[in-house]
Design a protein around this ligand. Structure first.
Ligand code: 1GP
Length: 245
C-alpha cells in the first residue's frame, strides 16, 4: 500500500502512527544499523529521513542503507531540494504555510518538480507549520520565517484550514528539532477540530507521556528524533504509548 492511503486509513480508524526521524548527519554507519535493529523490535511505523542541513555526503545514501536493513517504509522529510532520494517510498512535499517566505511556499518546489517527477516517488503535499517553541530552531533560522506564536491556536487552526482548502493532504505541526517545548496540546486540538486531513506532530517530544498527549489531542502521526538519538531504549516505550492511545 502507498504511504498516504496507509496514513489516511489509520487516521480514519483512530490508530496512531509512530515515525522515527533519522537525521543523516547524526545517525550513520554502525549507529544507524544498531538503531534499525532496535526499531524492528520496537514498533516504529515509519522512518522520516531529513534535516534542515545535511553535511554528511556519502556514496551510498542513508535511504539505501535503511532499505537494505529494514522493511519499514521510508518517507523523505527534506530540508531542501538536494534531499530527494528515489530510493525512498514517499516524499513529504513541504510548503511552509506558517511562514511568508515565497521560496519555501512555492519557489523551491518549482525547481524541484521535474526531479521529483523523474524520481517516481509518491508525493504527499504537506502544509508545514513551524510553531514557536521557546528559542530559535534550525528550521526557523534556515527558512527565514517566523514561527506561529505558541499561544495563537486560532492562527494555527486557520492556517491549517487554508492549507486543507488549497488541497494539501497532510498538516505537519513542528516545534523544530530539539525544541525546548513541543507543540502545545491546545494548538493540536484546535487544528484537529479545524481540519479533516491527518495531522503530523513533532519537535521536542522527549517522553512517552508527551507522545501520548499529542495523540490524545489529535495527532495522527508523532515524530521523534533527538530523544531517541540520545536514548534508544525510548523506542519501545514511545511506540507503546502511541499505539495504546
Ligand atoms: C523535527 O519534528 C522533528 O523536525 C523531530 O524533532 O528531533 O526534537 O524529536 P525532535
Amino acid at each position: 500500500m502507498k504511504i498516504y492511503p496507509y496514513i489516511k486509513l489509520k487516521s480514519a480508524k483512530g490508530e496512531k502512527l509512530f515515525a522515527l526521524l533519522i537525521d543523516p548527519d547524526k545517525v550513520q554507519g554502525a549507529s544507524l544499523s544498531r538503531l534499525i535493529r532496535k526499531t524492528k523490535k520496537g514498533g516504529v511505523d515509519l522512518y522520516f529521513v531529513g534535516g534542515s542541513l545535511i553535511s554528511n555526503i556519502s556514496h551510498e545514501s542513508i535511504v539505501q542503507t535503511i532499505k537494505k536493513e529494514s522493511n519499514i517504509p521510508v518517507v523523505l522529510f527534506p530540508g531542501n531540494s538536494l534531499q530527494i532520494d528515489p530510493a525512498a517510498d514517499a516524499l513529504l512535499l513541504l510548503s511552509l504555510i506558517s511562514g511568508r517566505n515565497a521560496e519555501m511556499l512555492i519557489g523551491k518546489h518549482v525547481m524541484a518538480a521535474p526531479y521529483i517527477k523523474a524520481s517516481k516517488l509518491e508525493v504527499i503535499p504537506t502544509g508545514y507549520m513551524v510553531i514557536e517553541s521557546g528559542r530559535p530552531t534550525s528550521v526557523s533560522y534556515i527558512s527565514h520565517s517566523h514561527p506561529i506564536p505558541a499561544d495563537k491556536d486560532d492562527i494555527a487552526a486557520c492556517t491549517a484550514l487554508a492549507g486543507e482548502m488549497l488541497g494539501l493532504d497532510l498538516i505537519y505541526l513542528d516545534a523544530g528539532s530539539g525544541a525546548m517545548n513541543p507543540v502545545p496540546t491546545n494548538m493540536i486540538k484546535a487544528v484537529h477540530e479545524a481540519v479533516k486531513i491527518p495531522i503530523v506532530v513533532g519537535g521536542g517530544i522527549r517522553t512517552a507521556d508527551q507522545a501520548a498527549t499529542a495523540c490524545f489531542s489529535g495527532a495522527d502521526v508523532v515524530v521523534v528524533g533527538n530523544a531517541i538519538e540520545e536514548n534508544e531504549s525510548l523506542i519501545s516505550v514511545m511506540a507503546r504509548a502511541i499505539h495504546n492511545v
